[in-house]
Design a protein. Structure first.
Length: 347
């Protein structure tokens, strides 16, 4: 709505206009640095590159100044809201499945809170090498959970999309949101295939994570009456394989690492992400939030999808097809290396 607006010059002189102008100047410098590093002019420009926001001089203002880019961002947000609702339902169904179908002889039995009654045996967590080499802090001290789990996940999930939006990097923003949603939906399905015992003290986890009235409600009421509540996604005990928060953190920090590189942040400073992520992995195991295999598989899934050139290229194409964008050619001064990185063709 800024492009073609007679008040555009006034807006650019305002404080907000100056803020966006500074961002556009910064992204223009990012474009020049990437062009200077480009040593392979034969890299093909991907489809719909005119809407990618990777040619420099971009910001949130340029996104909303383009009808095509605005549609892409809106569609990505709709996809994220859809996958979030699907994951909530799948997480609740995992609890319903555990209480209804898992028998008393199974290691995954929920104990007395299940609809099958008490069992003579106590069902503990599985043996895990990560638990063997970390202290048992299943009581979950607040400072450790806050500093290295909650803060880590919130930073990884909020900073990349907000920064990409402010920088006007439409293509990377769409790729991030769609990849994140895909990971979440796949996790929701996979965790129901093989029901694992809770990593936090086995069957005792249910009494620790839920109130008595919540457990009674889930065990006695039809699924249709509580499929939409946040209990499963927020307090679930056996949503183990894979660790959704680990996958989300890894994915967010991968996008953040590349973005910091484009902004010219030194390599040593960018590498500080690695030890912080390492403390997150250690904390998740020490707090008995997940098994080691959950953390390893989540990391592999995130890295694989982020670096899969075909998957990332198809996200961009399908997103543009979904919002009926026209495929336009990039301008003659577009940057092959920037477009190649956005397509996932370079490291």
């Amino acid at each position: 709505f800024w492009v073609g607006n007679p008040c555009y010059k006034f807006k650019t002189r305002s404080a907000m206009g100056q803020f966006f102008s500074a961002i556009e100047a910064q992204t223009g410098q990012m474009h020049e640095r990437m062009q200077a590093r480009c040593d392979d002019a034969e890299i093909l420009r991907p489809s719909f590159s005119a809407h990618a926001g990777s040619l420099g001089g971009t910001s949130l203002r340029t996104i909303f100044g383009s009808k095509e880019q605005t549609k892409l961002v809106f569609a990505a947000c709709v996809w994220y809201a859809f996958q979030l609702m699907v994951y909530i339902v799948l997480s609740n169904y995992l609890i319903y499945e555990t209480f209804r179908d898992v028998g008393r002889s199974s290691p995954s039995y929920a104990g007395s809170v299940s609809g099958h009654g008490n069992s003579t045996a106590h069902h503990e967590e599985l043996y895990d090498f990560g638990f063997h080499v970390t202290p048992d802090w299943s009581h979950r001290p607040w400072w450790l959970k806050f500093a290295f789990v909650d803060l880590n996940v919130n930073l990884a999930m909020s900073v990349p999309p907000l920064a990409l939006l402010l920088l006007g990097r439409t293509k990377r923003l769409v790729r991030y949101i769609v990849t994140l949603g895909t990971v979440n939906m796949c996790k929701g399905v996979i965790q129901m295939m093989t029901v694992l015992p809770p990593a936090r003290d086995g069957e005792n986890c249910w009494a620790a994570n839920f109130k008595d009235e919540q457990l009674e409600f889930m065990a006695s009421k039809p699924f249709i009456e509580w499929f939409y509540v946040l209990w499963g996604s927020a307090h679930g005990c056996n949503d183990m394989l894979w660790s959704g928060h680990t996958a989300q953190s890894c994915l967010g920090f991968l996008f953040l690492y590349d973005m910091l590189a484009d902004l010219g942040v030194p390599f040593a400073a960018r590498c500080l992400i690695v030890p912080y992520m390492g403390m997150y992995w250690w904390s998740v195991l020490a707090l008995r939030m997940h098994y080691s295999i959950d953390v390893l598989v989540a990391t592999m899934i995130a890295v694989t999808l982020y670096t899969h050139a075909g998957f990332q290229a198809n996200i961009w194409k399908l997103a543009n097809y979904a919002v009926c964008n026209d495929e336009k050619s990039a301008s003659d001064d577009s940057t092959p290396i920037a477009e190649a990185r956005d397509a996932g063709l370079t490291a």
